[in-house]
Design a protein around this ligand. Sequence first.
Ligand code: APR
Length: 178
Amino acid sequence: MSEPLTVRCELGDITTVHVDVIVNAANSTLLGGGGVDGAIHAAGGPEILAACRALRRSTLPDGLPVGAAVATTAGRLQARWVVHTVGPNWNAGQRDRSLLVSCYRESLVLADSLGAASVALPAVSAGVYGWPLPDAALAARDGLAEARPRLTHVGEVRFVLFSEAVLAAFRAAFEPAD
Ligand code: APR
């Protein structure tokens, strides 16, 4: 039985949100970068990178595959975990949409398996990786729809977006005009 679910699309900095899980748009190395990845590592502190390095030395020697998700400590962030996921890089020719849908589905299912009640997610692949709007938002909608029947703890999903344009695309995807 899945929990009743509230879904919100909001403008903001995901590192300031108080939820159980913050999802990071990482790259396969898990060793940091710019964008939301850089912001999460900067705000969360070195514990997150140390945990990512430990994963690279153990269960993920070749890095995190595109479309997959893995959890680490959230360090100093107001969250219990960071779930890192790697979106397909449109600009590098990675155009398999199912991998972007998988990022959202796998991140939400993993957060739920940790017992998270609330999850904040960014617009994966919609920045440096160049995935076009509105499809970046529609993929988030599809990923949530695929995860929803498997959620037993998550009751609050917050898409935290960094620009008006991305917010508008997500609102259109999740709250279509009647
Ligand atoms: N809070 C919320 N959203 C943010 C924040 C933030 N603090 N900073 C950036 N964003 C937004 C971007 O504006 C974009 O809409 O997150 C979305 C995803 O952009 P990126 O962070 O560039 O992620 P992505 O497109 O998936 O590219 C991943 O970029 O940062 C590197 O290491 C990362 O190599 C990886 C690549």
